[in-house]
Design a protein around this ligand. Structure first.
Ligand SMILES: *[C@@H]1O[C@H](CO)[C@@H](O)[C@H](O)[C@H]1NC(C)=O
Length: 272
């Protein structure tokens, strides 16, 4: 059951959402220019990192949502496949903060069509996956892997495949792609767990507050010596450890909010 939401809260949500979209478009425009620049000097693999930080700094200073990372140094253990839980549109901000140098994202091919954002992604070397065409997706991923080995870089994936908008504190079943790639290349998986952000931003609850997202980078998981046959177990173990970390990290911190129980947390919240 959803509680009735006050009109004021809804208005605030849409106004802030409108500005957030503006910041995203600004960053995507920066990203297009930045990709052209870095490609021209032969360093295209820095374009996504540079744009990510630009977006994070812009968004977090305007919208007052910042991110604290535990074990940040682990993000630099490349080459690796980085994975994280996928909750909402706010995950772009998470990427903005965690993205290491020489890392690229994979994304569904539909994103290519979004003006500015899609152009930036295409120009900066995103690997677009066609969900409907399994074989083509595999080819693209193999390409991504070659690229990653060449640059000693990283590949970022959301193993849940889609935003969970979950109403239960669990993750969607993981897709195996990221794990197959890691095993194939014999490189580690770096799991990143992000606190529940629905109290900061939620389309459903019309939350758009200021505060802090907590992130924990887990111990990299080695795939050395593992084969295809080990993948299902690897997936299961990784998902279980990320779920238990998610439970222990809990909710993000809303600025000015006292620590409340769950029922109260769902009540309309007036942030300053
Ligand atoms: C996040 O919190 C909301 C609100 O308490 C809850 O409904 C949802 O299940 C949580 N999601 C996750 C992935 O923990």
């Amino acid at each position: 059951m959803t509680l009735p939401q006050s009109i004021g809260k809804q208005i605030k949500f849409y106004i802030k959402g409108f500005f957030a979209l503006g910041l995203l478009l600004t960053s995507a425009t920066y990203g297009v220019l930045c990709s052209l620049f870095f490609s021209a000097i032969g360093k295209r693999d820095l374009a996504q990192w540079s744009t990510a930080r630009f977006y994070y700094n812009l968004f977090s200073s305007v919208m007052r949502i910042n991110i604290e990372i535990e074990n940040q140094e682990r993000l630099n253990g490349l080459p690796a496949i980085l994975i994280s839980n996928h909750q909402s549109e706010l995950d772009i901000l998470v990427l903005g903060r965690i993205f290491p140098k020489r890392c690229v994202v994979t994304a569904k091919k539909q994103l290519k069509l979004i003006p500015f954002l899609g152009w930036f992604m295409a120009l900066s070397g995103t690997f677009f996956l066609d969900r409907a065409n399994h074989e083509k997706a595999i080819r693209v991923l193999n390409n991504a892997l070659d690229n990653l080995k060449e640059t000693n870089g990283g590949l970022f994936m959301f193993p849940e495949g889609t935003r969970s908008y979950s109403s239960k504190p669990t993750l969607l079943p993981f897709k195996k792609g990221a794990f197959h790639l890691a095993v194939q290349a014999q490189i580690p998986i770096i799991p990143v767990v992000v606190s529940n952000t629905s109290n900061l931003y939620s389309l459903k609850l019309k939350n758009f507050n200021t505060g802090t997202i907590k992130i924990k980078v887990l111990e990299p998981i080695s795939t050395e010596g593992l084969t295809k046959e080990d993948v299902p177990k690897l997936v299961e173990a990784t998902q279980a450890s990320m779920e238990s970390e998610l439970l222990s990290i809990g909710m993000s911190v809303v600025k000015g909010e006292k620590v409340v129980g769950e029922a109260e947390a769902l009540l309309p919240h007036e942030a300053q």
